[in-house]
Design a binder for this molecule. Structure first.
Ligand code: 3PG
Ligand code: CO
Length: 540
């Protein structure tokens, strides 16, 4: 029963509670590499001096990741914001499943085993890096070792270049040792190698149906073996670096490894396929391409009869994919469930690239409405480009929607995500990052004015850092830093007229999981006992 109890003596604000997630805007070192600091941000600067301002941990164990070496990301960040407590996340659950061996004892591995001992090829598709956001290369190594131990004859890797959660031209650090390891393993009558690949932003890993052509390119390379041919993955990467030194890993064209013109690892009837990414957003579309019988998004040309498994279940409601190796975190009792059960009307807004973040991730990796009589989710279509070319993205349109919603008086709770700091932060282009941060600041100013006029309450925070570190310097040489950071994020409450008196709660540790209870309080409800404590207390 998710019905919340009202707080005695609480005076509800006349206007809505509006939560702004400034994606990828953390609090960095404050030097010239800090894109949030160097941008002109009068609104944010003022907010950072508010009495109800504090900072939150947004990485590592505080958001359910294996260790504090792990940077935060949008999945775990929005899960934490929306669930009000820490759940062990994919990265951690998969590690544990390998450590205990349970991963190889489940039904999915048994079916793979059956096919691959009978001569089927095992295909391993996924992101090859140690970013630990979508995948980890150690998981790939473990799958290779076990498949050899279990007597599979033939394994083909379809490896996607990262350059987004790790250094932007770091692919050889992963692909060279991987091809080396494949050669070592193959000597003993077990045949494994890389068969295809490509940069993750142009090959296979689209999300939220932003651009299906990305998945089509992946399908053509991995399944059909169609694409520019090379003798090895390393040769493909080195050629790309040579031909266009400005092109970074995430945007590298799809490639196919071939021997005398013949692709070495197309996907055929009787094979098994593992998508070894554990995070769902960028894994759902390829899973659908393998599984859906009435698939419409692009012409697959040939659909092999394979056993397909994900590293995890990517969507628990839509059951995508049907088979998977590790159970995802069972996130229950999200803020959305509580607010819907308590009759609170709400709106969620973002553009395509982050739309699922404020809905699917926020709701504990559930797609769709919890209660469509109380909720409205608005998606503004994202541009299909590299975002350094349009760093303002759709922030103005998101603001238009949010401002209109505030004025309409239809919603008690509004949440929105500004993607700019993150999406542009991932490009590493300094001039564009500054514009991205300034865009968010400008829009925030407009939105705050509307919340003030409506006498609502604004809550401003972020899911993790990114723009707050644009480059690192070593021996006087700067390298763009495109990944997320481990910096804390701001948390600010600006009450424009509820008439309540709030104070910061003196908590020993403060992280993203404390936000949901705080929102309950600001909406006038007693937070659920199972939630981490609120960041504010009421002094009425
Ligand atoms: C991506 O998928 O774009 C990056 O790997 C992580 O970014 P996000 O966690 O901010 O979405
Ligand atoms: Co990001």
């Amino acid at each position: 029963d998710y019905n919340l109890r009202q707080l005695p003596g609480y005076k509800p604000s006349p206007g809505p509670v509006v939560t702004v997630i400034m994606d990828g805007i953390g609090l960095g070192g404050g030097d010239s590499s800090d894109g949030v600091r160097v941008a002109y941000t009068p609104v944010l600067d003022r907010l950072l001096t508010e009495p109800l301002m504090t900072t939150l941990k947004a990485h590592g164990v505080a958001v359910g990741l294996p260790s504090d070496d792990d940077m935060g990301n949008s999945e775990v960040g929005h899960n934490a914001l929306g669930a009000g407590r820490v759940f062990s996340q994919g990265a951690k659950l998969v590690n544990e499943a390998f450590a205990s061996g349970s991963l190889f004892k489940g039904a999915a591995w048994r079916q793979i085993d059956e096919r691959c001992r009978r001569g089927g090829t095992l295909h391993l598709i996924g992101l090859v890096s140690d970013g630990n956001v979508h995948s980890h290369i150690t998981h790939l190594y473990r799958l290779l070792e076990q498949s050899r131990e279990d007597g599979f004859g033939r394994v083909r890797i379809h490896g996607l270049l990262d350059g987004r959660d790790v250094g932007q031209k770091s692919a050889l650090d992963y692909f060279q040792p991987l091809e080396q390891r494949c050669r070592e393993l193959s000597r003993t009558g077990y045949d494994c190698c890389i068969a295809s690949g490509g940069g993750r932003m142009v090959t296979t890993m689209d999300r939220y149906e932003a651009d299906w052509s990305v998945v089509r390119r992946g399908w053509q390379a991995h399944v059909l073996g169609r694409g520019r041919q090379f003798g090895s993955a390393v040769e493909a990467i080195e050629t790309s670096y040579r031909e266009d030194p400005s092109l970074t890993d995430q945007y590298m064209d799809a490639f196919v490894v071939a021997d005398n013109g013949r692709p070495v690892g197309t996907i055929e009837d009787g094979d098994a396929v593992i998508l070894f990414n554990f995070r769902g957003d960028r894994a759902i579309e390829l899973s659908r391409a393998f599984e859906e019988s009435d698939f419409q998004a692009f012409d697959r040309e040939r659909v092999p009869d394979v056993f397909f498994a994900g590293m995890m279940e990517y969507d628990g409601d839509a059951k995508i994919p049907a088979n998977f190796l590790v159970e995802p975190p069972a996130i229950q009792g999200t803020l959305g469930s509580y607010l819907c059960a308590s009759g609170v009307s709400s709106l969620a807004v973002s553009e395509t690239q982050k739309f699922g973040h404020v809905t699917y991730f926020w709701n504990g990796n559930r797609t769709g409405y919890i209660d469509n009589s109380l909720e409205n989710y608005v998606e503004i279509e994202s541009d299909r480009i590299a975002f350094d070319l349009r760093p303002w993205m759709k922030a103005a349109e998101i603001t238009d929607q949010a401002v209109a919603a505030v004025i309409s008086g239809k919603y008690r709770f509004i949440r929105l995500n500004y993607p700019n700091g993150d999406m542009v932060g991932h490009t590493g282009v300094e001039a564009a990052i500054r514009i991205a941060v300034e865009t968010v600041d400008l829009c925030l100013g407009r939105l705050l004015a509307a919340v003030e006029k409506a006498r609502g309450i604004a809550v401003i925070t972020a899911d993790h850092g990114n723009a707050d570190c644009m480059w690192t310097e070593k021996n006087g040489r700067r390298t763009p830093m495109v990944a997320h950071t481990r910096n804390p994020v701001p948390f600010i409450v600006k009450d424009f007229g509820s008439g309540n008196e709030f104070a910061l709660n003196p908590l020993e540790r403060r992280g993203l999981t404390n936000v949901a209870a705080t929102l309950c309080l600001l909406l006038g409800y007693q937070p659920p006992a199972q939630y981490d404590p609120p960041l504010l207390r009421l002094r009425n």
